[in-house]
Design a binder for this molecule. Structure first.
Ligand code: BGP
Length: 489
C-alpha cells in the first residue's frame, strides 16, 4: 500500500462505527424481550459464547455512547431487535423495549451523534417462526410491515436514516449458516421464494418510511465482496461476472430497478424455479424507490471458470480462526472461487484487500449513481489485554488506515460517499466465533469461557478498555480524515 497524497473528505462526512442488536446487546430475555431464531442458532456454535450476554450494551449503553462521544463520533449505526419491540403474536408493543431504544437514541443525539438504524439484522422473532414456520410464509410480509411502522412511529421523529434489511444477499447465499433455511426442504428453490418475500418486506419498509418519516431516507445494506477474475482468460471473466451476479449484483439491480433482471428470470426459467410471484407483487416492488446504498465490505474474492462437469463444492467458512480452514465453492457451469495469491489473509482466511473498498464504491457508483454510506468494514482478530493493561491492535489500525485511504480515493474518483462506520465500536459476538473473533475499537474484557460459565450478565464487569485503534481513529476523525498518524509520501 502506498500513500500518494492526503485525500479530502466532505465537511459533513459522518464518522462512526456499527453494530447489530443480537450481537451487542445481550439481555435477550430482559424486560419482556423474547427469543429470536438467531439467539437459538448462536447457542449451537460451541465452544463460542451464545448471545445471551454478548457485550452487555443493553446495560452499558450510556457508557458506550460516552466513549463514542470521546472518540469524536458523528454517527452510530445499530439495529433494533424485533422481538424486544414486538415480543409476541398478540402484537402488543413492549414499552420497555421502546424505552431502551428511546434512551439510546436520545443519548446519541445529546452527544451530536446521528443514529443510523437497521430494521432487520438477522433476528426474526421465534414467535413468527412458531406461528408461520419462518421466512417461507408470506404472512411475514405483513408482520414485518407492522414492525417497521411501529419503529417509524416511535423513533421517526428523531431517526432520519433507516436501513431496511442487512445483507439480504448473504442471508440467501449463506442460508444455513445464518439460520434462514430452517424448515426448508428444497433450499435450491425455496431460497428464491424467501428472497422474493424479503424483497417485498424491503419494499414495504421503503414505502412506509417515505410515508411516515418526515425527511426520512432509507436504503438496503448489501454485503459486497468484489469479484476479480483469476486470469485474463476470457472464461474466467465470465465466471467472475457469474459470481458477481449470484452473490451480489442481482440483489442490487432489484433494489434499484425495482424489478427482476433478465439474467435472473432466465436462470429461474432454465432451472424450473417458481419464486411464488403473486399479483400485486411487481407493483409493490416498483413503488419502493431507495435513497442510498449502505455498503458492507470487508474483503474481495477471486473467481475462475468451472466446467459443467466439475465437481460441486460447498462454501465452507473457517469457523476456527486458524488459517487454511476455508473451502472455496465450485458451482459447475457457473464459477469457482479461488485463492488470490496477491493478497494476505486474516486468521479466518478473509482477504486483506483495501482496494476492494475503492473497487466496490466505484462499481456501485458506476452502476447505480446513488449516494453511499459504508456501514461495515473491519478487521477480525484474536486479541487479549497486554501486560501493560492495554490492547495493542496495530494490525487493525493498519487495516482501517488502508481502507479509509481507499474511501478517500473513491471520493476523489467521483463517488458520492457520506460516511464511514466500521464494524464495530465495542467488541461484540462474531456471527460464528463468539468473542474469539474481535472487531472493536473498544475491548470488552470477557472471554467465551467466562460468558459460558455465568448465569447472568450481572456477575460480569464487562469492562470497556480503549484499544490503540480507538486513539488512532479518534485523531483521524477529529481531523476529518487528515491526521493519519503516519508520514505520507
Ligand atoms: C457481516 C454481518 C455482521 C458481522 C460481520 C462480521 O456480514 O452483517 O453481523 O458479524 O459480517 O462477520 P463475522 O462476525 O462472521 O466475522
Amino acid at each position: 500500500m502506498y500513500y500518494k497524497h492526503d485525500p479530502k473528505f466532505p465537511d459533513d462526512f459522518l464518522w462512526g462505527a456499527s453494530s447489530a442488536a443480537w450481537q451487542v446487546e445481550g439481555g435477550t430475555l430482559e424486560d419482556g424481550r423474547t427469543q429470536a431464531i438467531i439467539d437459538l442458532n448462536s447457542k449451537t456454535k460451541q465452544p463460542f459464547a451464545d448471545n445471551s450476554i454478548a457485550a452487555g450494551h443493553y446495560y452499558h449503553y450510556k457508557q458506550d455512547v460516552a466513549l463514542m462521544a470521546e472518540c469524536g463520533f458523528s454517527s452510530y449505526r445499530f439495529s433494533l431487535s424485533w422481538s424486544r419491540i414486538i415480543p409476541a403474536e398478540d402484537h402488543k408493543i413492549n414499552p420497555k423495549g421502546i424505552q431502551f431504544y428511546n434512551n439510546l437514541i436520545d443519548e446519541l443525539l445529546k452527544n451530536n451523534i446521528t443514529p443510523i438504524v437497521t430494521l432487520y439484522h438477522y433476528d426474526m422473532p421465534c414467535w413468527i417462526e412458531k406461528k408461520y414456520g419462518g421466512w417461507l410464509n408470506r404472512a411475514v410480509i405483513d408482520e414485518f410491515e407492522y414492525f417497521c411502522r411501529v419503529c417509524f412511529k416511535e423513533f421517526g421523529d428523531r431517526v432520519k436514516y433507516w436501513l431496511s434489511i442487512n445483507e439480504q444477499n448473504m442471508q440467501i447465499v449463506y442460508g444455513h449458516w445464518l439460520g434462514i433455511s430452517k424448515g426448508c426442504t428444497n433450499w435450491f428453490e425455496q431460497k428464491w421464494q424467501i428472497n422474493h418475500i424479503m424483497n417485498l418486506c424491503h419494499a414495504k419498509a421503503v414505502i412506509a418510511c417515505h410515508e411516515m418519516v418526515e425527511n426520512g431516507k432509507i436504503g438496503p445494506v448489501p454485503g459486497m465482496v468484489p469479484i476479480y477474475p483469476e486470469t485474463c482468460k476470457p472464461m474466467d471473466q465470465i465466471a467472475a461476472m457469474n459470481a458477481e451476479e449470484f452473490t451480489e449484483k442481482i440483489w442490487n439491480d432489484t433494489y434499484v430497478y425495482r424489478s427482476y433482471s433478465n439474467f435472473l428470470q432466465n436462470y429461474w426459467k432454465n432451472n424450473k424455479i417458481d419464486i411464488g410471484m403473486e399479483s400485486g407483487d411487481e407493483e409493490l416492488m416498483a413503488k419502493a424507490q431507495i435513497d442510498f446504498f449502505a455498503v458492507n465490505c470487508y474483503r474481495s474474492n477471486t473467481a475462475k471458470d468451472a466446467l459443467p462437469e466439475a465437481e460441486a463444492k460447498e462454501y465452507l467458512l473457517n469457523k476456527k480462526g486458524q488459517k487454511g480452514e476455508l473451502q472455496f465453492p465450485t458451482n459447475p457451469g457457473e464459477f469457482a472461487l479461488t485463492k488470490n495469491p496477491f493478497v494476505e489473509t486474516n486468521d479466518w482466511d478473509w482477504e486483506i484487500d483495501p482496494s476492494a473498498l475503492r473497487y466496490t464504491l466505484r462499481y456501485m457508483w458506476n452502476h447505480y449513481r446513488l449516494p453511499m454510506i459504508i456501514t461495515e468494514n473491519g478487521f477480525g482478530m484474536h486479541e487479549s489485554v497486554a501486560d501493560d493493561g492495554r490492547v495493542h491492535d496495530q494490525a487493525r489500525i493498519d487495516f482501517l488506515r488502508d481502507n479509509i485511504y481507499q474511501v478517500g480515493l473513491a471520493i476523489e474518483d467521483g463517488c458520492e460517499v457520506w460516511g464511514y462506520n466500521p464494524w464495530s465500536f465495542t467488541d461484540l459476538l462474531s456471527t460464528g466465533n463468539g468473542m474469539a473473533k474481535r472487531y472493536g475499537l473498544v475491548y470488552i474484557d470477557v472471554t467465551d469461557d467466562q460468558l459460558n460459565n455465568v448465569q447472568s450478565a450481572k456477575e460480569l464487569e464487562l469492562k470497556r478498555i480503549k484499544k490503540d485503534s480507538f486513539y488512532w481513529y479518534s485523531k483521524l476523525i477529529k481531523s476529518n480524515g487528515s491526521d493519519w498518524g503516519k508520514e505520507m509520501n
